[in-house]
Design a protein around this ligand. Structure first.
Ligand code: NAD
Length: 275
């Protein structure tokens, strides 16, 4: 144990002097954007990747509002596109202190009804590729630029651990993503790079809109949760700040639930059952 007088607790401006890449902002409701705003407020210098021209119009003004120094397209389903995005980071910054991977996608037909009936081989492969493998690919490209003390996070959901109606193939991909988090953490741990995941409760975003019955996820999430409230963007962004800043020292290979306590509940309150 270290002497308490030797502790070097961070005081404020927790991300001062740190540069990081945010992957996964589609619009102002994106979880990645909530995280980006929190990191910016704590002094981080940010870069953003966005998917394709259609989203550029939405993401550019957001990136400009936090004085982003990198703004580059990146389709994680395409190796060349990923390499080009990280080449830009290498050229402009040389070093990277943190990475936010907030990307997921599945064909809509796989996000409703029967998992067995509606999961095609093609959709299974694509969902795994974009929603799980892309974190491995991003880690491979980011790690050589990262010094000890750097940190990466990804975003996952409880559908990886429990059956959530309609989440289906995405739940399988999230289980893979969480396992990837642990294996990436194992590889990068000796280099002093921490890798973790945030398991966020349901939030109103574009990705959520693609899930059949997404509204039910939101209302059940609130009614069953320990806090009896929706998961807040501030809560998710706050945990991201913790994991990406030096506050998160010694935390690696972890999946942190930020869902108002929903994950801990085995049965709803009796009145909620009878209502
Ligand atoms: P969102 O739609 O705002 O973000 C999803 C992002 O993935 C978008 O920016 C989209 O452009 C990007 N993306 C999809 N395919 C891509 C590709 N081929 N290349 C590059 N980017 C691609 O929705 P969100 O809810 O903010 O989702 C962010 C992450 O959080 C996802 O992994 C999602 O599964 C996870 N998550 C969401 C919730 C929720 O309730 N909204 C809960 C827990 C976890």
């Amino acid at each position: 144990m270290s002497d308490s007088t030797e502790n070097n607790f961070p005081k404020g401006g927790l991300m001062h002097g740190k540069r990081g890449l945010i992957m996964g902002v589609a619009n102002k409701n994106s979880i990645a954007w909530g995280i980006a705003q929190q990191l910016h407020a704590q002094g981080a210098e940010l870069g953003f990747t966005y998917l394709g021209e259609a989203l550029e119009k939405r993401v550019r003004p957001l990136a400009e509002s936090v004085n982003a120094s990198i703004f580059t397209p990146c389709d994680v389903a395409d190796d060349a596109s990923m390499e080009a995005a990280f080449a830009e980071v290498r050229e402009k910054w040389g070093e990277l202190d943190f990475l936010v991977h907030s990307i997921g996608f599945a064909g809509r037909e796989g996000l409703k009804g029967s998992f067995v009936e509606n999961t095609s081989r093609e959709n299974f492969k694509m969902t795994m590729d974009i929603s799980a493998f892309s974190f491995v690919a991003a880690a491979k490209l980011a790690a050589p630029m990262m010094k000890p003390g750097s940190s990466m996070i990804t975003l996952t959901y409880l559908g990886s651990e429990r059956v959530i109606p309609n989440y289906n193939v995405m739940g399988v991909a999230k289980a893979a993503l969480e396992a990837c988090t642990r294996y990436i953490a194992r590889d990068l741990g000796p280099k002093g790079i921490r890798v973790n995941a945030i398991s966020a409760g349901p939030m109103r975003t574009l990705a959520m809109a693609g899930i059949s019955g997404g509204r039910g996820m939101l209302s059940t999430g609130k009614d069953w949760s320990l806090l009896k409230e929706d998961t807040s963007m501030e809560g998710v962004a706050g945990s991201a700040l913790w994991l990406l800043s030096d506050l998160g020292r010694s935390v690696a290979g972890e999946v942190v639930h930020v869902d108002a306590g929903f994950h801990a509940v085995g049965m709803p309150e009796p009145q909620a059952v009878t209502e």
